[in-house]
Design a protein around this ligand. Sequence first.
Ligand code: SIN
Ligand code: FE
Length: 260
Amino acid sequence: MLLLPKLEFRLQPSEAGFLDPSIAAGDRKNISLDPGATTCDATALEPGQAERLAAMMRRFSDQAMALVEGLAPPYVGHLERARTSFRPVEIAGRTYSPRHDDRRLHVDAFPTRPMRGRRILRVFSNIARDGAARDWRVGEPFAAFAEQFVPRVRRPFPGSAFVLQALSLTKGRRSGYDEIMLSLHDQAKLDEAYQADAPKTPVAFPAGATWLCFTDQVLHAALSGHSALEQTFHLPVEAMARPERSPLKVLEKMTGRVLA
Ligand code: SIN
Ligand code: FE
């Protein structure tokens, strides 16, 4: 995890109103922007305003891209820009189902988005105006975590990846890698003993800070905070300097199977 405590994403004066948590529609916690889109979803904003918020998110996305490309020149040309999200709502004190509760330690894996081994690299900025930090807990190394849960992963029904894709329930075909990662995500969140006893280190990201990490590998839990921006990138394992450190290669070694 890389923390840049003074790399602030600057709002324009006319954008300050976007920090009001009531702009997220209903009980949604995120507002997301697809790459290339000019307006964003799930907001209680007037159409013109939603486009101005999208422009702010796009500016963050461009700056996040420039940051990653500047820090990791070998990734240039290999990074796929995925969604941008804005998280105006306070995390603490809300109710979530355990599987959706990001206050529990987990690695990222998403049911509708098969990665087939590709990495999930995320850039975050805390843009809170009231000085509130974003409080995370960071867990143990990936391999130590996976050793405990991989033996409990159940193999899916034969043909289920095909059916999920055919019904458009997944964006592309799930691989063995995705099945294991989804299981690790769910098992960790649902295991009360693991949540209570697993090693964890508190990390407070101050207002005005930017940080980045591979959230498919770093066990993380976000306990409190509001007003964050986040940009997701996907990176092929082959573009990594040390592919053997990727969750894909770690899991292939552990299971003795080709997973993607
Ligand atoms: C998460 O990815 O689990 C949430 C991170 C955050 O919103 O700070
Ligand atoms: Fe997460």
